[in-house]
Each structure stands twice: as structure tokens, then as C-alpha cells.
Design a protein around this ligand. Structure first.
Ligand SMILES: N[C@@H](CCC(=O)N[C@@H](CS)C(=O)NCC(=O)O)C(=O)O
Length: 211
């Protein structure tokens, strides 16, 4: 199997951290164009018509896209060190928080990034083979949504050690990737979100993440 990523992009990072946390030996390949690292290569886009990363290419030539689907597949193949739940209720709660972190956190930062960054002019959304205009109002709304996301998870992290309860899970990985992406765009964790700041320090220090 081969995992394709794109430098420090947040969605491939979710899969890379998942693989590292579970200690799965997987070859990781860069999908960007060597001549233009700001874009996915033409060869990669031909292989994967949805034109996004991450992608898991299987030994039989089939492929699986979407970070959560890739991690779900790897969790089934490598059940040790479970990150997606050990029983139906825990599994559902982890999925709930993962989806919240993706939709309310990662999508909010992406709205800011994709609708403002000069290099992404005409690429307001990932995954299309034609121009998708940037919409400045979406960046404003993304910024607003991001603030709501920080407040929401601060409350949750005030009640639990980790996002989906008392064990580190895939939901923490998604939230961390969203928040590190936000920090890299100079949108830091608000100072009044003390629980998020504490959680961010603890999670970032995990060997699979800091190493
Ligand atoms: N829902 C997808 C989102 C994947 C996605 O948007 N990936 C971005 C990188 S974080 C991408 O492929 N961008 C390609 C581009 O901008 O051309 C997932 O969970 O994997």
C-alpha cells in the first residue's frame, strides 16, 4: 500500500498522524508537482480523478480517498491501538466529534485560507478541474465559524481529557490538524480557551506527532 500526501496540508496530515500513532509501516509519497509544489501533479490527478489528498493506493491497484475512509480501512486492518472506538457507543461518539472537528474546525479555516491566499486564486475549493472563484465573504464567515468552533471544543475539553472522552482518538487528530492549520494562518487559539490550549500542548507532545 502507498499513502499519498501533500507536504503539510491538513487532511493528509490526519492520515499520516493516524498511521504514526498506530505504528503502521506504510510508504508515504508526495502528490505535488515537483516543478510547482503548490499544485498536485498531473500524474496524480490522472490516477485519482477526485484530485484531492490523502489517497491510499492498494496493492491490487484499487484506491481509497478521504482521510476518514482511509483511517477507517487501516483501523480494520490494524486493530491494535484503536483510535476509532472499541465499542459501538464509543465509536459513534468519536465519529461525531471527528465530523464536528472536520466540518466546524477544518472547513472553517479552509474557508479563510482558500478564499484569501493569492496562490489559490481560482482554486476556492479543492478537487475541481476548473476555476472555482475565491469569495471574500466566505473567508469572513470562516473566521467567524472558527471562533465558534474554539468555544465549542473549549467547553468539551473542560469536561473531558480528550475531544471524544477520556482516550486519545481520531477526533483529536482531526481537531489538531485543523488548529495547527489555523495557527499557521496566524489565527491562534484564543487566549480565553484555556482548555484548548492545555489539550493542544498535551496532544502536540505525543511522540507520533512531535517526532
Ligand atoms: N474531505 C477530504 C478533503 C481533502 C482535501 O481537501 N485535501 C486538500 C488538502 S488538505 C487537497 O487535496 N487540496 C488539493 C488542491 O488544493 O488542489 C478528506 O477528508 O480527505
Amino acid at each position: 500500500m502507498k499513502l499519498y500526501g501533500w507536504m503539510t496540508a491538513p487532511n493528509p496530515r490526519r492520515a499520516k498522524i493516524f498511521v504514526a500513532e498506530k505504528g503502521i509501516g506504510l510508504e508515504i509519497f508526495e502528490a505535488s508537482d515537483p516543478g510547482n509544489p503548490g499544485e498536485l501533479s498531473a500524474e496524480y490527478c490522472e490516477k485519482y480523478p477526485h484530485r484531492r489528498v490523502p489517497l491510499l493506493e492498494l496493492d491490487d491497484g484499487d484506491w481509497i480517498g478521504e482521510a476518514a475512509a482511509i483511517c477507517r480501512y487501516l483501523e480494520a486492518l490494524y486493530p491494535d491501538k484503536p483510535l476509532m472506538g472499541r465499542a459501538p457507543k464509543e465509536t459513534a461518539i468519536i465519529e461525531m466529534w471527528d465530523r464536528l472537528a472536520e466540518w466546524e474546525g477544518l472547513m472553517a479555516v479552509s474557508e479563510v485560507f482558500r478564499n484569501t491566499h493569492k496562490l489559490f486564486a481560482g482554486r476556492g475549493l479543492a478537487g475541481y478541474d476548473r476555476d472555482i472563484p475565491q469569495i471574500p465573504e466566505l473567508a469572513e464567515r470562516g473566521n467567524f465559524r472558527l471562533g465558534l468552533f474554539f468555544d465549542k471544543i473549549d467547553k468539551q475539553l473542560g469536561r473531558h481529557e480528550f475531544l471524544a472522552g477520556d482516550r486519545f482518538s481520531f477526533a483529536d487528530i482531526t481537531a489538531l490538524c485543523a488548529i495547527d492549520f489555523s495557527i499557521s494562518r496566524r489565527l491562534p487559539i484564543p487566549e480565553n480557551c484555556a482548555h484548548v490550549i492545555d489539550w493542544h500542548g498535551r496532544v502536540s507532545a505525543r511522540p507520533a506527532i512531535s517526532g
